[in-house]
Design a protein around this ligand. Structure first.
Ligand SMILES: Cc1cc2nc3c(=O)[nH]c(=O)nc-3n(C[C@H](O)[C@H](O)[C@H](O)COP(=O)(O)OP(=O)(O)OC[C@H]3O[C@@H](n4cnc5c(N)ncnc54)[C@H](O)[C@@H]3O)c2cc1C
Length: 370
């Protein structure tokens, strides 16, 4: 068996680590010159979205032998809307770094490889890899090839603008802003990457009504708002912008001897755009299949269900006005937030999508029942 993995990101590296542990040495083809060779940004893992798993990092290490160190564990999640501010407290998840930083998740994964060779600056196409290898794992972080082979349903695309700012930060927190004036049908967030630097980002969907928005102006508004809420003047030291970030789901996780993992599988949860945990799991599950330890199609069913629940939640949230956001933030600041984040018995994502399903459009309901 000769396995090629296309892409040395979270899912591709998790797949390679798991294959190695089970006696298969794949070859990884990465188009960039090193692992994580892109802008630095802060990301988070929110445990509420992974239920029944309660601690994503402990689960990955104990169950799957994938070891990751976060920047901090999130004890406070601050929520801001136009006129309200609230905070949820507890063991909520983890902050982590991505990209060129020496402690980024992708660098940490790379260091766990022992025998796998990574071919950098690769220009190999999927078709070429198919000729040379018995199995190809598609882990390019986009849906291009999945779409090319008619294996992808795109649900939306998102525009993002982010910066790294200097200031004083509590690395055990994260913050989100729900305000249509700043990110229409989207949100803004702040994730500390150290005690002195944080990533602040706005993200909104590319719907026709958002077509004429000026992302620079919106980001400027957001930056001012964050400075005001944190009572600090935050100096921008780096920035990035992403257009057309695709959110969707593959129709089949495996076609013949090609496996679609990470964002090629559809690991990004449409609700908040989170995809790290699922991306790593899809890499692990595809490797289990290749090693004869399970069926990727079956193992990934819960992730597909989460995707479907998440898109319902997103569509429902998009319908809320700023006044309703204020009410929501105040409610989450109280016992509702505590109950949601600390419940052990139910998956809040599953429960919320079930309750909200009647309020979202026909199209989403049909999609979720497919
Ligand atoms: C700004 C931003 C913020 C985010 N925030 C969060 C968050 O807070 N929490 C969360 O859980 N998720 C977040 N996500 C989503 C998360 O980052 C992704 O879901 C996850 O990285 C997907 O992993 P992947 O392996 O599919 O792709 P990636 O980790 O992106 O890796 C893809 C790799 O493939 C390589 N590649 C691309 N094309 C080719 C090619 N043709 N040949 C060879 N190699 C190729 C790339 O260079 C890259 O190394 C965020 C995403 C963005 C963009």
């Amino acid at each position: 068996m000769k396995v090629a993995i296309m892409g040395a990101g979270l899912s591709g590296l998790a797949c390679a680590i798991t294959l190695e542990k089970n006696g298969i040495t794949p070859r990884v083809f990465e188009k960039r010159s090193q692992v994580g060779d892109r802008f630095v940004n802060g990301e988070i893992l929110l445990s509420i979205l992974s239920r029944p798993v309660r601690d994503d990092l402990a689960y990955l290490s104990e169950k799957h032998g994938i070891y990751l160190r976060p920047t901090g564990n999130i004890k406070h999640l601050h929520l801001h809307s136009q006129h309200a501010h609230g905070a949820i407290t507890g063991a909520l998840g983890f902050n982590n770094i991505r990209g060129r930083h020496k402690h980024s998740f992708e660098k940490q994964l790379e260091s766990q490889l022992k025998t796998t060779e990574i071919i950098f600056n690769s220009t190999k196409s999927y078709e070429e890899l198919l000729q040379e290898y018995t199995h190809v794992v598609m882990a390019t972080g986009d849906a291009a090839y999945a779409a090319k082979v008619q294996n992808y349903q795109q649900d939306l695309t998102v525009s993002l603008k982010g910066t790294i700012v200097k200031g004083e930060f509590d690395r055990y927190m994260a913050a989100a802003w729900l305000d249509h004036r700043i990110a229409p049908k989207g949100y803004g967030y702040l994730i500390p990457i150290s005690d002195t630097e944080a990533n602040i980002v706005i993200a909104y969907p590319d719907y026709p009504e958002n077509e004429n928005l000026n992302i620079e102006n919106l980001y400027h508004l957001f930056h001012q708002r964050v400075c005001c809420d944190l009572q600090q003047s935050l100096e921008i030291v780096d920035s990035f912008q992403i257009t057309n970030y695709i959110i969707g789901n593959c129709r089949s996780p495996r076609i013949g001897n090609t496996f679609f993992i990470g964002n090629c599988f559809g690991s990004i949860m449409p609700f908040l755009g989170f995809g790290q945990f699922s991306a790593i799991l899809t890499g692990v599950y595809a490797a289990y299949d290749l090693c004869g330890l399970g069926s990727y199609n079956k193992l990934s069913i819960p992730l597909r269900r989460s995707y479907e629940q998440s898109i319902i939640l997103r569509k429902a949230m998009e319908q809320l006005s700023n006044t309703q956001y204020d009410l929501l933030v105040r409610a989450l600041n109280g016992s509702l937030g505590h109950r949601l984040f600390h419940t052990k018995r139910i998956s809040p994502l599953k429960a919320a999508s079930y309750l909200l399903r009647p309020f979202v459009s026909e199209k989403v309901q049909r999609f979720s029942q497919d």
